[in-house]
Design a protein around this ligand. Structure first.
Ligand code: XIL
Length: 388
């Protein structure tokens, strides 16, 4: 009898514990063992990714963070055409394959970057077109061959492909009306976009195919110089013609000197693409700051506001992603200031401080801000997204 009472009391206690959620004696929630970004994001079915530089992977600290914090990886450069086919007809697959193997070993998904872009093209291709030895017809055939070869090689191994990257002009270009710009539009005309997506789909029917671009955070006035509006309409029209564009990639390269968006503004763009039946992702997030003389001299009056503004921008993009269930992943463009593209690319004025970790691999305020976002987000506004 006493045993039965004990069992009943234990069962009741268990029910009580389960219904209230676990609590420890001091009233705090129990310690959560794995507080990595990827573990915290997993409960939202959200992937947290990073671009990876193959060279940096040789550093143990870099490798440890890349493995422990991130559930998705992107080749920062190794899958670009100039890296894959530096000499016509000779592919250099080694570095690209190595990261695919690394991802598999670490149970990480891969965002493939990038199939069609006007930058980082092999010299034999751009020079051949410039000197007329490669005709327009041949160029189209070469593009088809490139997409087919690369996508087939990695068939089944790439979760999301950036098929077309940065096709649109910016409002500061001339003319200021947004238009298709760059090598591919100039040489093949606007139809290359539909072609590229169709060729990619034929080579791997299951990879999610993305259009990827920068300055895509918020709609402007929806007029001729509004880049987001231009891309939205371009994709809407292409999809209406049956072009297989599954995803909208918003790169998310921000700068603290430009002011902030808010999460609901950014969500509006993701929602617009969702309404077209598409998924989305943040694909290259970093938030740079100007490295004034004061910053370089270590003046905290100048450094602190930059670190705070950077954190806030990282957070806004993640919050927007959390608010839209079709936003599948949030990828940062490198995670440490030690290996960020920013200081080499933005030199006049010098910029930096753009990533989640400092040069000594210490997490910055930005890291803790997005960690908080993942911890605090929950129903009803943030629901787990479907697994894909
Ligand atoms: C950058 C890399 O980070 C650099 O290492 C490289 O020298 C130039 O390209 N948008 C993109 C990325 O889509 O491919 C770019 O990556 C950054 C801007």
């Amino acid at each position: 009898m006493r045993r039965l009472v004990v069992i009943a009391a234990t069962a009741l206690g268990l029910v009580a514990v389960l219904s209230q959620g676990p609590v420890s004696a001091n009233g705090r929630p129990p310690a959560v063992q794995d507080q990595s970004l990827k573990a915290l994001a997993a409960r939202h079915n959200l992937a947290i990714g990073t671009a990876i530089s193959n060279d940096a992977l040789a550093e143990p600290q870099y490798k440890a963070i890349a493995t422990q914090q991130f559930s998705s990886v992107t080749h920062e450069n190794a899958m670009k055409w100039e890296s894959l086919e530096p000499t016509r007809g000779t592919y250099n697959w080694g570095p690209a394959d190595a990261l695919i193997d690394f991802a598999k070993k670490n149970n990480q998904k891969v965002r493939g970057h990038v199939l069609v872009w006007h930058n980082q093209l092999p010299a034999w291709l751009t020079e051949g077109v410039a000197n007329g030895t490669i005709s327009k017809t041949e160029l189209r055939d070469l593009l088809k061959k490139h997409i087919t070869t690369v996508v087939k090689r990695y068939k089944g191994k790439i979760w999301q492909w950036d098929v077309v990257n940065e096709a649109a002009s910016d409002p500061w270009d001339s003319p200021s009306e947004i238009h298709l710009k760059g090598f591919w539009a100039q040489n093949l005309g606007p139809t290359y976009i539909a072609d590229a997506f169709r060729w990619a789909r034929a080579a791997d029917p299951h990879a999610l195919l993305f259009y990827n671009d920068y300055n895509m955070e918020a709609f402007g006035d929806r007029g001729p110089s509004d880049k987001v509006w231009f891309i939205y309409n371009l994709i809407k029209n292409l999809r209406a013609q049956g072009v297989p564009i599954d995803g909208f990639g918003s790169q998310g390269h921000l700068g603290t000197q430009y002011g902030n968006f808010d999460a609901f503004q950014v969500k509006e763009v993701l929602d617009a693409f969702s309404d077209l039946g598409m998924v989305s992702a943040f694909t290259e997030v970093d938030v740079r700051s100007q490295m004034t003389a004061g910053v370089q001299a270590g003046d905290s009056n100048e450094i602190n506001p930059r670190l705070q503004a950077s954190a806030s921008n990282f957070s806004v993009l993640l919050q927007a992603c959390l608010l839209n269930r079709n936003c599948l992943s949030y990828t940062v463009w490198g995670f440490t200031d030690k290996h960020s593209w920013v200081p080499t690319w933005f030199t006049d004025p010098p910029e930096g401080l753009a990533t989640l970790y400092d040069e000594n691999y210490q997490p910055k305020r930005a890291y803790n801000s997005i960690k908080s976002d993942l911890v605090f987000a929950g129903p009803p506004h943030v629901q787990p997204r479907p697994r894909r």
